[in-house]
Design a protein around this ligand. Structure first.
Ligand SMILES: [Zn+2]
Ligand SMILES: [Zn+2]
Ligand SMILES: [Zn+2]
Ligand SMILES: [Zn+2]
Ligand SMILES: [Zn+2]
Ligand SMILES: [Zn+2]
Length: 256
Protein backbone atom coordinates (compact mmCIF):
# COMPACT_ATOMS: atom_id res chain seq x y z
CA UNK A 1 0.00 0.00 0.00
CA UNK A 2 2.86 2.36 0.69
CA UNK A 3 4.26 2.22 -2.81
CA UNK A 4 3.56 5.01 -5.24
CA UNK A 5 0.49 4.73 -7.34
CA UNK A 6 1.32 4.07 -10.98
CA UNK A 7 -0.68 6.98 -12.29
CA UNK A 8 -0.97 10.27 -10.50
CA UNK A 9 -4.65 10.95 -10.40
CA UNK A 10 -5.82 14.55 -10.50
CA UNK A 11 -5.66 15.62 -6.89
CA UNK A 12 -8.92 14.95 -5.19
CA UNK A 13 -8.20 17.77 -2.82
CA UNK A 14 -9.13 15.68 0.19
CA UNK A 15 -11.13 12.59 0.66
CA UNK A 16 -12.73 11.55 3.89
CA UNK A 17 -14.23 8.39 5.22
CA UNK A 18 -17.67 8.02 6.64
CA UNK A 19 -18.84 4.87 8.41
CA UNK A 20 -21.96 4.78 6.30
CA UNK A 21 -20.10 4.04 3.09
CA UNK A 22 -17.31 1.76 1.89
CA UNK A 23 -15.63 4.25 -0.39
CA UNK A 24 -13.99 7.57 0.47
CA UNK A 25 -15.99 10.73 -0.04
CA UNK A 26 -14.93 14.08 -1.38
CA UNK A 27 -16.33 17.55 -1.02
CA UNK A 28 -18.97 18.30 -3.57
CA UNK A 29 -21.14 21.27 -4.33
CA UNK A 30 -24.61 20.18 -5.32
CA UNK A 31 -26.63 22.41 -7.58
CA UNK A 32 -30.34 22.46 -7.68
CA UNK A 33 -30.47 21.31 -11.29
CA UNK A 34 -28.50 18.19 -10.41
CA UNK A 35 -31.56 16.93 -8.56
CA UNK A 36 -29.35 15.03 -6.21
CA UNK A 37 -30.69 13.34 -3.12
CA UNK A 38 -28.74 12.76 0.05
CA UNK A 39 -28.15 9.08 0.70
CA UNK A 40 -28.54 9.66 4.42
CA UNK A 41 -31.72 11.67 4.88
CA UNK A 42 -32.99 11.04 1.34
CA UNK A 43 -33.85 14.68 0.92
CA UNK A 44 -32.83 16.99 -1.85
CA UNK A 45 -29.23 18.00 -1.79
CA UNK A 46 -28.19 21.56 -2.55
CA UNK A 47 -25.00 23.26 -1.51
CA UNK A 48 -22.01 21.94 0.33
CA UNK A 49 -22.02 18.17 0.48
CA UNK A 50 -19.97 15.02 0.14
CA UNK A 51 -19.93 12.62 -2.76
CA UNK A 52 -18.34 9.23 -3.22
CA UNK A 53 -15.05 9.61 -5.07
CA UNK A 54 -16.03 6.84 -7.46
CA UNK A 55 -17.69 8.37 -10.44
CA UNK A 56 -20.09 5.49 -10.87
CA UNK A 57 -21.23 5.50 -7.27
CA UNK A 58 -24.14 7.77 -6.49
CA UNK A 59 -23.51 8.16 -2.82
CA UNK A 60 -24.03 11.66 -1.46
CA UNK A 61 -24.31 13.16 1.98
CA UNK A 62 -25.32 16.56 3.20
CA UNK A 63 -22.61 18.13 5.26
CA UNK A 64 -25.07 18.12 8.12
CA UNK A 65 -25.81 14.44 7.58
CA UNK A 66 -22.12 13.67 7.56
CA UNK A 67 -21.91 15.15 11.04
CA UNK A 68 -25.03 13.74 12.62
CA UNK A 69 -24.76 12.75 16.27
CA UNK A 70 -24.62 8.99 16.66
CA UNK A 71 -27.14 9.13 19.44
CA UNK A 72 -29.86 11.58 20.32
CA UNK A 73 -32.40 11.99 23.05
CA UNK A 74 -35.64 12.96 21.43
CA UNK A 75 -38.70 14.46 23.04
CA UNK A 76 -40.90 12.13 21.08
CA UNK A 77 -39.31 9.08 22.67
CA UNK A 78 -38.22 9.93 26.15
CA UNK A 79 -37.66 6.47 27.57
CA UNK A 80 -34.71 5.54 25.40
CA UNK A 81 -32.02 7.28 23.41
CA UNK A 82 -32.20 6.92 19.65
CA UNK A 83 -29.22 5.56 17.78
CA UNK A 84 -28.27 6.61 14.30
CA UNK A 85 -28.32 3.68 11.89
CA UNK A 86 -26.91 4.11 8.42
CA UNK A 87 -29.41 1.73 6.90
CA UNK A 88 -32.82 0.40 7.89
CA UNK A 89 -32.84 -1.88 10.95
CA UNK A 90 -32.95 -5.66 10.78
CA UNK A 91 -31.45 -5.80 7.31
CA UNK A 92 -34.67 -4.73 5.76
CA UNK A 93 -34.65 -2.46 2.76
CA UNK A 94 -37.02 0.09 4.27
CA UNK A 95 -38.44 1.19 7.57
CA UNK A 96 -41.55 3.15 8.38
CA UNK A 97 -40.99 6.47 10.08
CA UNK A 98 -42.98 6.77 13.29
CA UNK A 99 -43.30 10.51 12.88
CA UNK A 100 -44.77 10.74 9.40
CA UNK A 101 -45.66 7.14 8.55
CA UNK A 102 -43.70 7.24 5.31
CA UNK A 103 -41.01 4.83 4.29
CA UNK A 104 -37.33 5.49 4.60
CA UNK A 105 -34.41 3.59 3.16
CA UNK A 106 -31.46 5.71 4.30
CA UNK A 107 -30.39 6.70 7.78
CA UNK A 108 -32.73 6.33 10.70
CA UNK A 109 -32.73 7.32 14.34
CA UNK A 110 -33.71 4.06 15.89
CA UNK A 111 -34.72 2.54 19.21
CA UNK A 112 -34.22 -1.20 19.11
CA UNK A 113 -36.25 -1.78 22.28
CA UNK A 114 -39.33 -0.32 20.71
CA UNK A 115 -38.57 -0.70 17.04
CA UNK A 116 -39.06 3.04 16.82
CA UNK A 117 -37.70 4.78 13.73
CA UNK A 118 -37.42 8.37 12.68
CA UNK A 119 -36.28 9.88 9.42
CA UNK A 120 -33.34 12.17 9.96
CA UNK A 121 -35.46 14.94 8.50
CA UNK A 122 -38.28 14.24 10.91
CA UNK A 123 -35.93 14.04 13.87
CA UNK A 124 -34.96 17.65 13.39
CA UNK A 125 -38.12 19.34 12.22
CA UNK A 126 -38.87 22.59 13.99
CA UNK A 127 -40.95 22.51 17.15
CA UNK A 128 -42.94 25.51 16.09
CA UNK A 129 -43.72 26.92 12.70
CA UNK A 130 -45.55 29.94 11.36
CA UNK A 131 -47.76 29.76 8.39
CA UNK A 132 -48.97 32.66 6.36
CA UNK A 133 -52.56 31.55 6.40
CA UNK A 134 -52.82 31.11 10.14
CA UNK A 135 -52.45 33.89 12.64
CA UNK A 136 -50.84 31.83 15.40
CA UNK A 137 -47.72 29.74 15.45
CA UNK A 138 -48.28 25.99 15.27
CA UNK A 139 -46.64 23.65 17.73
CA UNK A 140 -45.28 20.22 16.93
CA UNK A 141 -47.19 17.44 18.68
CA UNK A 142 -45.99 13.86 18.81
CA UNK A 143 -49.52 12.48 18.59
CA UNK A 144 -52.83 14.07 17.75
CA UNK A 145 -55.01 15.70 20.41
CA UNK A 146 -57.49 12.92 19.73
CA UNK A 147 -55.22 10.18 20.97
CA UNK A 148 -56.90 8.32 23.75
CA UNK A 149 -60.36 9.51 22.83
CA UNK A 150 -61.93 6.58 21.16
CA UNK A 151 -64.66 8.31 19.27
CA UNK A 152 -62.72 11.24 17.87
CA UNK A 153 -60.36 11.49 14.96
CA UNK A 154 -58.29 14.45 13.93
CA UNK A 155 -58.83 15.82 10.47
CA UNK A 156 -56.03 17.81 8.89
CA UNK A 157 -57.09 21.42 8.48
CA UNK A 158 -55.34 21.61 5.12
CA UNK A 159 -56.03 18.38 3.25
CA UNK A 160 -59.00 17.27 5.33
CA UNK A 161 -57.73 13.76 5.64
CA UNK A 162 -57.50 11.99 8.93
CA UNK A 163 -54.23 12.19 10.82
CA UNK A 164 -53.83 8.94 12.64
CA UNK A 165 -53.46 9.42 16.34
CA UNK A 166 -49.88 8.30 16.75
CA UNK A 167 -48.47 10.55 14.05
CA UNK A 168 -46.84 13.89 14.59
CA UNK A 169 -48.66 17.03 13.60
CA UNK A 170 -48.52 20.82 13.83
CA UNK A 171 -51.25 22.26 15.99
CA UNK A 172 -52.79 25.50 17.21
CA UNK A 173 -54.68 24.71 20.35
CA UNK A 174 -56.52 27.99 20.42
CA UNK A 175 -58.18 27.31 17.09
CA UNK A 176 -58.02 23.52 17.10
CA UNK A 177 -56.23 23.90 13.79
CA UNK A 178 -53.70 21.27 12.81
CA UNK A 179 -51.82 19.86 9.84
CA UNK A 180 -49.77 16.90 8.76
CA UNK A 181 -46.09 17.51 9.42
CA UNK A 182 -44.89 17.41 5.84
CA UNK A 183 -47.20 17.65 2.95
CA UNK A 184 -49.58 20.06 4.58
CA UNK A 185 -47.19 22.15 6.61
CA UNK A 186 -45.61 25.24 5.16
CA UNK A 187 -42.53 26.73 6.62
CA UNK A 188 -41.44 30.28 6.81
CA UNK A 189 -37.88 30.14 5.76
CA UNK A 190 -35.51 33.05 5.99
CA UNK A 191 -33.00 31.30 3.80
CA UNK A 192 -35.07 31.77 0.74
CA UNK A 193 -32.07 31.99 -1.57
CA UNK A 194 -31.78 28.35 -2.20
CA UNK A 195 -28.54 28.46 -4.08
CA UNK A 196 -25.60 28.88 -1.82
CA UNK A 197 -26.99 29.25 1.61
CA UNK A 198 -26.45 25.91 3.17
CA UNK A 199 -22.76 25.96 3.58
CA UNK A 200 -22.26 28.45 6.32
CA UNK A 201 -23.54 26.31 9.09
CA UNK A 202 -20.65 25.38 11.21
CA UNK A 203 -22.94 24.37 13.98
CA UNK A 204 -21.68 22.22 16.76
CA UNK A 205 -22.55 18.66 17.52
CA UNK A 206 -26.05 19.14 18.82
CA UNK A 207 -28.39 18.00 16.12
CA UNK A 208 -30.93 20.64 16.99
CA UNK A 209 -28.60 23.26 15.67
CA UNK A 210 -28.66 22.11 12.07
CA UNK A 211 -30.99 24.35 10.20
CA UNK A 212 -34.33 22.59 10.36
CA UNK A 213 -35.93 25.09 8.05
CA UNK A 214 -33.64 24.27 5.18
CA UNK A 215 -34.00 20.58 5.84
CA UNK A 216 -37.70 20.81 5.67
CA UNK A 217 -37.73 22.85 2.57
CA UNK A 218 -35.62 20.19 0.97
CA UNK A 219 -37.83 17.57 2.37
CA UNK A 220 -40.89 19.02 0.78
CA UNK A 221 -39.19 19.31 -2.55
CA UNK A 222 -37.95 15.79 -2.44
CA UNK A 223 -41.31 14.52 -1.53
CA UNK A 224 -42.51 13.61 -4.97
CA UNK A 225 -39.44 11.60 -5.65
CA UNK A 226 -39.71 9.94 -2.32
CA UNK A 227 -43.27 9.11 -3.04
CA UNK A 228 -42.33 7.27 -6.18
CA UNK A 229 -39.53 5.48 -4.44
CA UNK A 230 -41.65 4.61 -1.48
CA UNK A 231 -44.36 3.24 -3.64
CA UNK A 232 -41.88 0.91 -5.23
CA UNK A 233 -40.49 -0.05 -1.88
CA UNK A 234 -43.94 -0.57 -0.61
CA UNK A 235 -44.83 -3.05 -3.25
CA UNK A 236 -42.21 -5.52 -2.20
CA UNK A 237 -42.60 -4.84 1.47
CA UNK A 238 -46.30 -4.98 1.86
CA UNK A 239 -46.25 -8.67 2.36
CA UNK A 240 -43.75 -8.49 5.18
CA UNK A 241 -45.48 -5.54 6.76
CA UNK A 242 -48.80 -7.24 6.57
CA UNK A 243 -47.36 -10.14 8.46
CA UNK A 244 -45.96 -7.81 11.11
CA UNK A 245 -49.16 -5.88 11.40
CA UNK A 246 -50.86 -8.95 12.69
CA UNK A 247 -48.85 -8.45 15.84
CA UNK A 248 -48.96 -4.70 16.10
CA UNK A 249 -51.89 -2.45 16.38
CA UNK A 250 -53.22 -2.04 12.90
CA UNK A 251 -51.59 0.90 11.27
CA UNK A 252 -53.57 3.18 9.09
CA UNK A 253 -51.91 4.91 6.23
CA UNK A 254 -53.41 7.84 4.50
CA UNK A 255 -50.73 8.98 2.23
CA UNK A 256 -51.47 7.70 -1.17
ZN1 LIG B 1 -28.99 14.47 4.21
ZN1 LIG C 1 -19.16 4.77 -3.32
ZN1 LIG D 1 -40.63 10.79 8.79
ZN1 LIG E 1 -37.63 2.91 22.88
ZN1 LIG F 1 -52.94 17.09 5.61
ZN1 LIG G 1 -54.76 29.56 15.80
Amino acid sequence: MASRKPKAKPANRQSVRHPSHNHPLRVFKAKEEDETACSGCELELIGQAFKCIKSDCDYFLHKSCFDLPSETHHKSHQDHPLTLLHSPPDERSVYTCDACDQYGSGFTYHCSNCNYNLHVGCTFIPETIDREDHEHPLTLLYCTPCKGHEDTIFTCSVCEETISEDLWMYYCKECDYGTHVHSCATYEDQESDEEEEEEDQDEDEEGEASSPASRIKSLMKARDEMAAMQLEARIDNDARNAALDLWDDPKRRYYW
